[in-house]
Design a protein around this ligand. Structure first.
Ligand code: GLC
Ligand code: CA
Length: 549
């Protein structure tokens, strides 16, 4: 069965940093409404809206104190309803970010649970009596112990993230019922689906040392599906840092019993993590990257569905991470786009990715806002790391790299706000912004629009949606290349991942070049690839595949 979300492109909005309509320095819902025309011009079908709920904002909205109220910084429920309606008029659906693994410590459930050990909300969370120390040596994902003492009860409570983000106990049926109620509240508003925050953690069995992928995880997801979103034609995507391709099959089972798809991070993590912390940066291993994509693409073929992404609000900008964001910024941004958008799956564009926005380098630690980054600075200072090494880790990996305000134009504050922005802008906004790229045929923005057009409108759309995937030049140290094939038609995508030139020995007689990331009269020089060059060929299968062997 074909689904609308298999032909859609999702645009992720980090509302605080997207567009500020009232000059308080914080992006808001009315700001998004003002930019719907831009999103329609870009050609996206879906907005994934990062959290806009009531929240103390310790983790920028990922600490929710009321799942059915809008934070006043972002506007009102009327603004939200208007956003849903106006977006629909532009053919755009809104998907809400659901944070179901934990709440804020300011959520009424946690406040009630903290009043007495007999509270009916006690079992909503994971409390353990103080038996002379921490219940276990489990560490929080934001560093430091995952247990903290409740100031009033004297019991420990579990928080896999910040202290202010107590974990919910999903084994309690009332918790699950409440979450379903929240999902149905939003579904009744006519939204287009959900993104489920760290969903692979919900079924933890802490006393058995099981954190991710608890034995009841899929049972709980299937229950949510039956009782809420499964009754609607919506897009659902689970955030699952621990997923493998094998697990992705289950989550995105075509029988529709779980989610539409998941965020499988294996191409971002590249197995580099075990024994290493995320802050200990490792260079790209291209052969691994090719291998992971190959597995995602071939193993989920007709057996599940992929989400295609490089960026989000938790990751550094890909053009800075694995590309050259100076001399070859434009080519790199286009190359990453081309490589991803001709694969099978639903592409996600994170705000600013369509412009080739880059990481930011603040010299002063006080300019950082992210709780994870701040915790890391504290921890590493205590552990004796040099200031320079801490700064380098933030510049490479820190989440604020992706959270600087959207760059709309070259005026003050990039047109993001007329006030004082909540976080500093990337100083490169006079060069990198929407206004200048709208007028520039060779810009990253125009290339992204073209990629969306190929997937949605062109005669290649069925091939892009349904074609098989075949990695070629598998062992080439510089080139990532693949072919997509569907009913006699073939696309070949060839990307040079490095800054050196290289020549390929492929027979292109029956190929027509349809796209590339170099422009002007230099556009076509065939198979001698320049730094970070990406080219796409179209051809017929049958007579000659173009491959020499
Ligand atoms: C997810 C979110 C991240 C947040 C964390 C805790 O990974 O994407 O931003 O900090 O969950 O909710
Ligand atoms: Ca505002």
């Amino acid at each position: 069965m074909k689904h609308w979300w298999q032909e859609s492109v999702v645009y992720q909005i980090y509302p605080r940093s997207f567009c500020d309509s009232n000059g308080d320095g914080i992006g808001d819902l009315r700001g998004i409404i003002q930019k719907l025309e831009y999103l329609a011009y870009l050609g996206v079908d879906v907005i994934w809206l990062c959290p806009v709920y009531a929240s103390p904002n310790e983790d920028n909205g990922y600490d929710v104190s009321d799942y059915t109220a809008i934070h006043p910084d972002f506007g009102t429920m009327e603004d939200m309803d208007e956003l849903i309606d106006k977006a629909r008029e532009h053919g755009i659906k809104i998907i809400m970010d659901i944070i179901a693994n934990h709440t804020s410590d300011q959520h009424p459930w946690f406040i009630e649970a903290g009043k007495s050990r007999d509270s009916i909300y006690r079992d909503y969370y994971v409390f353990r009596p103080d038996q002379g120390g921490l219940p276990s040596d489990l560490q929080s994902i934001f560093l430091g112990p995952a247990w903290d003492k409740h100031p009033r009860l004297g019991d420990y409570y579990l928080h896999l993230f910040a202290k202010s983000q107590p974990d919910l106990n999903w084994h309690h049926p009332e918790v699950r019922e409440n979450i379903n109620g929240i999902l149905n509240f939003w579904l009744d508003k006519g939204i287009g689906g959900f993104r489920f925050d760290v969903i692979d953690l919900i079924a933890k069995e802490i006393d058995k040392g099981i954190i991710a992928d608890g034995p009841k995880l899929h049972e709980y997801i299937q229950e949510m599906n039956r009782k809420s979103f499964g009754q609607h034609d919506v897009l659902t995507v689970g955030e699952t840092w621990g997923a493998t391709v094998e697990k992705a099959k289950k989550y995105s089972n075509p029988d529709g019993s779980e989610f539409s798809m998941i965020f499988n991070f294996s191409h971002i993590l590249l197995d580099s993590l075990p024994g290493k912390e995320k802050w200990d940066y490792i260079d790209l291993d291209l052969l691994k990257l090719k291998n992971v994509f190959d597995q995602q693409q071939t193993q989920l073929y007709q057996a599940g569905w992929n989400s295609l992404f490089w960026n989000n609000h938790d990751l550094p900008r890909i053009v800075s991470r694995w590309g050259n964001d100076q001399e070859y910024r434009v080519q790199c941004a286009k190359m990453f786009g081309i490589l991803l958008h001709f694969m099978q799956g639903t592409p996600y564009i994170y705000q600013g990715e369509e412009l080739g926005m880059t990481n930011v380098r603040f010299d002063d630690f006080a300019d950082y806002r992210d709780i994870e980054t701040k915790n890391m600075i504290d921890q590493r200072r205590k552990a004796g790391y040099s200031e320079e090494s801490i700064r380098n880790a933030i510049w490479k990996i820190g989440r604020d790299n992706a959270r600087t305000p959207m760059q709309w134009d070259a005026t003050r504050n990039a047109g993001f706000t007329t006030g004082e922005p909540w976080i500093k802008l990337n100083p490169n906004y006079p060069q990198i912004n929407v206004a200048s790229q709208i007028d520039d045929e060779e810009s990253v923005l125009q290339l992204m629009r073209k990629l969306i057009w190929y997937r949605k409108e062109s005669e290649l759309k069925t091939l892009i949606r349904d074609g098989s995937f075949n990695l070629i030049l598998t062992q080439h140290p510089d080139i990532f290349a693949y072919q997509r094939t569907y009913s006699g038609e073939q696309l070949t995508v060839i990307c040079n991942f490095h800054g050196n030139e290289c020549s390929l020995d492929l027979d292109t007689t029956n190929w027509v070049r349809i796209l590339g990331n170099y422009s002007g009269k230099d556009a076509e020089i065939g198979l001698h690839l320049r730094p970070y060059e990406a080219v796409v060929f179209r051809g017929e299968v049958g007579q000659k595949t173009g491959l020499r062997d």
